[in-house]
Structure formats: structure tokens, C-alpha cells
Design a protein around this ligand. Structure first.
Ligand SMILES: Nc1ncnc2c1ncn2[C@@H]1O[C@H](COP(=O)(O)OP(=O)(O)OP(=O)(O)O)[C@@H](O)[C@H]1O
Ligand SMILES: CC(C)(CO)[C@@H](O)C(=O)NCCC(=O)O
Ligand SMILES: [K+]
Length: 262
């Protein structure tokens, strides 16, 4: 079985893939200090608790935080006796081209989202991921990643207001009842919620305009449904797009590269 690890700047998600379906998914805060042994205690406890007897033979990692990769490598090596595939490293093959400026290190999560989006929907799509940052990834007709947009994440935007302004509280995002807020929290929620609706609309329209074609917009990330509730922003929503992409990349590497086994 495959252990797929999607490490974002805020959260790290571990999923076990049996070749057909995900048998379990667990989420933990991203902390680069966490050691391989700590990961294993956490993972094995959850597996035992849920009665999952997974024989993990393969590990694939996508990490937007370079420092955590070392301990995830040790985890893979020490407890699963396998060398992990690390997306973005030269020995990890991608099933699609990456056409960006020379020397640009595209975030591995964006590459994985691109692969997943192309696998599920084909080309000419925009993948929008509401993570720590909100990213827009543009997929060419042939599946190539051809660039995109990085905007501040929803929670980050609210947190920035709280951090920078003494009188602004910590607020969770939600859809405000009205645009005109009559209290501080409602005003902040309105600014971020409706501001975000505008941001997504404008960026997608401009991408389509720049490329002079219609493109399907696929959303992923925990907050996508909140926005979709109010306005028709996306053509489809996928709750586990990054994880799906990791399984596609793993399969591609298994079929096309020299063995990752020891
Ligand atoms: N209905 C909701 N209301 C508020 N927050 C939500 C809701 N659903 C999900 N979230 C939060 O939205 C955030 C988005 O989750 P997601 O997994 O897409 O990215 P992340 O873990 O924050 O970022 P990264 O992948 O960059 O670490 C998470 O912090 C999650 O707890
Ligand atoms: C933009 C984030 C933070 C989104 O998770 C990540 O993809 C990243 O660190 N990217 C590196 C820069 C780039 O993708 O061009
Ligand atoms: K994510």
C-alpha cells in the first residue's frame, strides 16, 4: 500500500491508498521539528485505533516546506523500509510538462494539483486551491503546467488584519448575511468573503481572457464549498485533489522509472 503525504505550510495530510481507494486520511499541523519517531507513534496509534492493518510498501511526499522532508524521509526509510518519492526532486518523474521561467521552483502542491486536475478533467482547466495561500494553476490543453497566480489565503488575510490592527479581533471566515456589516466581525468577514469572491471571479476571467478560450475551473481545499454556496465560481469541486495527484504521480513513477525500492 501507498502512504501519500501532502505537507502544506499549515497542515500535513497523510493518506493510505490501497490501489483503488483511500482507506484512511489523517491531518496534523505542519511542524518541521517533528521527528520520524514522533510521526510513527502518531501514525501507528491512529492505524491501530481504526483497526487498519496496512502493509505500507511505498511512500510519496509533496512538501511546500523543505525542512520537513528530511524527517519524512527518515520515517519512510526506518519504518517502512522504502525510499520515498519526493515531488519536485529531479528523480521524481511527472506525467506532464512544466513550462515556466528557467530556475523557478514551482510549489510541489501546485504541480500535484495540476496532474490531478488533468487526470480527472483533461486540459484547459484552472485549479484553485484554498490552502495557506490561494493558488490558481493553469493547465494547458496537453496537461502542461503553464503558470498561475498566488494570492494570500483566506485565513491568512483575516489573521493579517488581526495581527496588524490592535482593535481587530481574531475572526473565522463565514459568509456574512449582508455586505454592509454592522459590527466589527461582520465587517471583517464581509471584506474577506466578498473580496475573495471578487478575487476569484476576476482572476479566472482574466486567465480565460489572456488565453482566449473558455476553461473549466476546478476548486479544492476546505474553504471552496463555502464560496461555491453563494456564487457560481467553480465548475467542479474536489475535496482530495492533491491526494489524488499523489497517487497518479506514484503510479507514473512506478511504471516509468528505475525502482524506488531498496
Ligand atoms: N467550513 C470551514 N470553515 C472554516 N474553516 C474551514 C472550513 N473547512 C475547512 N476549513 C479550514 O480551511 C483551511 C483549508 O484547509 P486546506 O487543507 O485546504 O489547507 P491548509 O491545511 O489550511 O493549508 P496548507 O495545505 O497550505 O497547509 C484549513 O485550515 C481548514 O481547517
Ligand atoms: C504557494 C504555496 C505556498 C501554496 O501552497 C506553495 O505552492 C509554494 O510554496 N510555492 C512556491 C512558489 C511557486 O509555486 O511558484
Ligand atoms: K493543501
Amino acid at each position: 500500500m501507498l502512504l501519500a503525504i501532502d505537507c502544506g505550510n499549515t497542515n500535513t495530510v497523510f493518506s493510505i491508498w490501497d490501489g483503488t481507494a483511500f482507506v484512511a486520511t489523517w491531518r496534523t499541523a505542519t511542524e518541521w521539528q517533528r521527528t520520524a519517531d514522533q510521526y510513527y507513534v502518531w501514525l501507528s496509534t491512529l492505524m491501530e485505533f481504526q483497526g487498519i492493518e496496512a502493509d505500507i510498501t511505498d511512500v510519496i511526499v509533496s512538501s511546500t516546506v523543505p525542512r520537513v522532508v528530511f524527517n519524512l524521509r527518515v520515517l519512510s526509510d526506518r519504518y517502512f523500509n522504502t525510499r520515498p518519492i519526493v515531488v519536485g526532486r529531479p528523480d521524481c518523474l511527472l506525467p506532464v510538462d512544466v513550462r515556466v521561467d528557467a530556475g523557478t521552483a514551482v510549489g510541489p502542491d501546485r504541480l500535484v494539483n495540476t496532474v490531478a486536475g488533468y487526470d480527472k478533467y483533461g486540459g484547459d482547466i484552472i485549479v484553485v486551491d484554498f490552502g495557506t495561500a490561494t493558488t490558481f494553476d493553469v493547465v494547458e490543453e496537453d496537461g502542461a503546467y503553464v503558470g498561475g497566480v498566488i494570492a494570500p489565503g483566506v485565513n491568512l488575510s483575516l489573521e493579517a488584519l488581526h495581527q496588524a490592527a490592535a482593535a481587530l479581533p481574531h475572526v473565522d471566515i463565514s459568509k456574512p448575511q449582508r455586505v454592509v456589516g454592522t459590527n466589527t466581525v461582520a465587517c471583517m468577514q464581509s471584506g474577506v468573503f466578498w473580496g475573495y469572491v471578487g478575487l476569484v471571479k476576476e482572476i479566472c476571467a482574466r486567465i480565460k481572457g489572456e488565453r482566449d478560450r473558455d476553461m473549466r475551473v476546478i476548486s479544492t481545499g476546505g474553504l471552496a464549498p463555502l464560496f461555491q454556496q453563494s456564487v457560481d465560481l467553480f465548475d467542479a469541486y474536489e475535496d482530495d485533489l492533491t491526494m489524488h495527484g499523489l497517487t497518479v504521480i506514484h503510479k507514473h513513477n512506478k511504471e516509468n522509472s528505475i525502482s524506488h525500492e531498496r
